[in-house]
Design a protein around this ligand. Structure first.
Ligand code: SD4
Length: 342
C-alpha cells in the first residue's frame, strides 16, 4: 500500500463525469490512497483523456496482448477524437493554419520509430510504428513522412476541423507567436485562449504486458500556432518518450523545448536506473529544468510521467493541474493529480 496523498477519480464514477473540459471535473476527485498492483499488466497515460485511451489499451493487455499493440491502440483514441484539440484529428494548427503532428513509439527491445511535422494522417502513431518496423530509420519528417505514409496505404485527410479553424482565425487577430501559458492548469485555474481554446496537451502512454514487457507511445499536434516546421519533444526519442525494458519508461507533456534541452524522458529513466522511485525521478527532471532557468517555474508547464519495471508509477510537474490516468486489473479509471513544484 502506498500512502501518498493523491486525488483520484474513483472507478465508480461515470465516464460522462470525467470528460476533458467538463467544468465540474475537479469535483469528482476524491482523496484516497493508491494500492498498486505490482508485476502485472498496467497502462498509464497523461491527462484526463488518458482514461479513454487506457481503456482501449487495456483491451489488448487483458487479453495477454503485447504492450506495443496496447499503446498503439490506446493513443488511437485521442488521435481520432475531434473534440480533443491537442492530439491528431481536430488538433489546433500551426500559425499558417496547418495541422502538423508529432508522434513516436518504442518497444521492449529498444526499437523505436517516429514521425514529425506530419500532415494529413489520422494516426501518426501507426506511421511511427511502421517507420520502426519497415525502415532502417528511426525518424521521418514532413513531406517524407507523408510520402512514406501514403506508400504504406494511409489515406490523406483534412485534419483541420471547423472548430480548430475558427480558433486559429480568432488567434490570427492578434497573432502572438508565443502561446499563452498555462493551459494545463485549466482544471484548477482556467486560462483561456482566444476562441476558448487551450493551446496544447499531449498523450504519452506507457504499458507493461502480461509477459512483463514495456512499450510506450507519445502523440500530439504540438504547440498550437507554432511556427510551421516546429517540432516539439513528443516525437524525439529520449525527450518526449523513452523506454528501457530493464528499468522502466517515461514520457512528457508541456513545453517541448525545455524537455528537449534536458533530454527529459531519458533522464527520468536513468534516474530510475539509479534507484529513484518514479515520482522522485520525475521531480528531479523537473528540478533540472527549474534550476537552469528559474523563470520556467513561473512561465511554463512541463510534466513527466514514469513507470518502472515493477509497475510502480509516478509523475511530477512544474505547475499544478497535471493529471494522469492509470489502468490495471484492479482499477480501470483512476485519475491521479500529479504533485508539482508550484
Ligand atoms: C510539444 N510537448 O509539442 C508538446 C506539447 C504538449 O502538453 O505536451 N503539451 O511541445
Amino acid at each position: 500500500m502506498i500512502s501518498r496523498r493523491k486525488f483520484l477519480a474513483a472507478t465508480s464514477l461515470t465516464g460522462a463525469s470525467i470528460v476533458a473540459g467538463n467544468k465540474s471535473f475537479s469535483k469528482v476527485f476524491e482523496e484516497k490512497s493508491i494500492t498498486p498492483v505490482l508485476n502485472s499488466p498496467i497502462v498509464i497515460s497523461t491527462w484526463d483523456f488518458g482514461i479513454a485511451a487506457n481503456a482501449a489499451a487495456w483491451e489488448v493487455l487483458k487479453n495477454k496482448g503485447r504492450a506495443l499493440d496496447a499503446v498503439e491502440k490506446g493513443v488511437h483514441v485521442p488521435e481520432a477524437d475531434e473534440s480533443n484539440q491537442s492530439v491528431g484529428y481536430g488538433g489546433l494548427p500551426d500559425r499558417d493554419g496547418r495541422v502538423t503532428l508529432d508522434a513516436c513509439i518504442m518497444d521492449e527491445l529498444g526499437n523505436c520509430g517516429s514521425v514529425a511535422a506530419l500532415e494529413h494522417i489520422l494516426h501518426p502513431i501507426s506511421v511511427a510504428r511502421l517507420v520502426m518496423e519497415k525502415t532502417p530509420h528511426v525518424m521521418l519528417v514532413g513531406a517524407g513522412a507523408l510520402q512514406f505514409a501514403m506508400e504504406q496505404g494511409f489515406k490523406k485527410e483534412n485534419l483541420l476541423t471547423p472548430a480548430s479553424e475558427k480558433a486559429w482565425k480568432a488567434w490570427l487577430k492578434n497573432a502572438r507567436y508565443q502561446p499563452e501559458i498555462n493551459i494545463e492548469n485549466r482544471l484548477f485555474s482556467p486560462t483561456k485562449l482566444p476562441g476558448n481554446q487551450y493551446n496544447h496537451d499531449t498523450i504519452g502512454m506507457l504499458a507493461i504486458d502480461a509477459a512483463g514487457n514495456m512499450s510506450g507511445a507519445c502523440t500530439t499536434s504540438g504547440m498550437a500556432y507554432k511556427m510551421h516546421g516546429r517540432v516539439g519533444d513528443s516525437p524525439i526519442i529520449g525527450a518526449g518518450l523513452y523506454v528501457d525494458n530493464e528499468v522502466g519508461g517515461a514520457t512528457s507533456t508541456g513545453v517541448g523545448e525545455e524537455v528537449i534541452r534536458n533530454v527529459g524522458s531519458f533522464l527520468v529513466v536513468e534516474l530510475m536506473r539509479q534507484g529513484y522511485p518514479p515520482e522522485e525521478a520525475c521531480k528531479e527532471a523537473v528540478m533540472r529544468i527549474i534550476r537552469k532557468k528559474p523563470n520556467t517555474a513561473k512561465e511554463i508547464q512541463v510534466g513527466f510521467l514514469a513507470l518502472n519495471k515493477k509497475g510502480e508509477y509516478g509523475a511530477y510537474a512544474i505547475q499544478q493541474g497535471f493529471s494522469y490516468a492509470v489502468c490495471n486489473e484492479k482499477d480501470q479509471k483512476l485519475l491521479v493529480k500529479a504533485n508539482s513544484y508550484s
